[in-house]
Design a protein around this ligand. Structure first.
Ligand code: HPA
Length: 281
């Protein structure tokens, strides 16, 4: 599956703000939408719709990379025009390795989004990152494999490289931290998110290795989302919701999936509170 030249020619050229150099293969079909999007939100496990969206409408977006995880739902929330997409689908039918990350980011970008917040369920590796803690990570390590990691893989396309020293957009991270502060929600500033393949949880040995590598959190969906956002020139940051201590990091010998979802349900409720305090752009 890929963007064919014929199709590319029929598309509208990407806007000038496009950080990833536009080649004849990298073009963006701009889909018309009535109001401009202030903030796009990709919901992870436990966040399948955005509560409190007013005047909401849903849209299926065709992308050259296939189907996104579902419809993009746009609506008004606390003075912001929000575009919401459930990463795993609204009924959680897509495991992390089967999410079409390229189509998801492309869909949001083609609707005019320029700031994207990824909400991700994670396990805590560092001792202070227990269940229900919220982290705005500043680094990541990608341990995933077999996923489409770039828009730059069309045969004949020029090979391009992006700077990814800082995988998250610092200004957007700062906005999230300030919004959390305004909303009175405690969040941790910074941390390294290790992205594993899933869908199984990790072994104790894997987590011990990740700890040695410098990971503070472990999840399954942070990549390639962050890199694809960078390729498209989107601002991107992550709200990592800790659902459990990672394998071998808590008192339990076994991690309870029921408990993970119970903690997620509780901590997810804080997400709209934080986002309600975000600036318009
Ligand atoms: N590992 C990976 N992903 C996760 C975990 C975990 O322990 N908890 C929630 N998402």
């Amino acid at each position: 599956m890929g963007l064919t030249e014929d199709r590319a020619v029929a598309c509208v050229l990407a806007p000038a703000s496009y950080a990833f150099p536009v080649s004849r293969f990298l073009v963006l079909p701009m889909t018309s939408s009535c109001a401009s999007i202030d903030l796009a939100v990709i919901g992870g496990s436990g966040l399948y719709n955005f509560p409190g969206l007013e005047d909401a409408s849903r849209q299926r977006v065709d992308t050259p990379y296939g189907e996104a995880s579902g419809d993009v739902v746009q609506g008004d929330f606390a003075g912001l025009r929000i575009a919401f997409l459930a990463r795993h689908g609204e009924s959680h039918s897509l495991p992390p390795h089967r999410v079409n990350y390229r189509a998801n980011l492309w869909a949001l970008h083609s609707l005019g989004a320029h700031r994207v917040v990824g909400v991700n369920a994670v396990g805590g590796i560092r001792g202070d990152l227990g269940p229900r803690v919220i982290v705005v990570p500043d680094q990541l390590i990608d341990y995933t494999h077999g996923r489409y990691t770039s828009y730059c893989d069309v045969e004949g396309a020029e090979v391009r490289h992006i700077d990814f020293s800082e995988p998250y957009t610092e200004s957007l991270r700062r906005q999230l931290l300030a919004a959390a502060c305004t909303a009175g929600v405690e969040v941790i500033d910074g941390g390294c998110y290790g992205v594993m393949q899933g869908p199984r949880l990790e072994t104790r040995a894997e987590i011990a290795r990740m700890k040695r590598d410098g990971c503070d959190l472990v999840g399954m969906t942070g990549m390639p989302e962050a890199a694809l956002a960078r390729e498209l020139g989107l601002e991107y940051a992550c709200l990592a919701l800790v659902a459990n201590y990672a394998a071998g990091c808590g008192d339990e010998t076994e991690i309870s999936i029921e408990e993970i979802f119970a903690h997620l349900a509780a901590v997810t409720a804080e997400v709209p509170r934080i986002l309600a305090a975000m600036p318009q752009s």
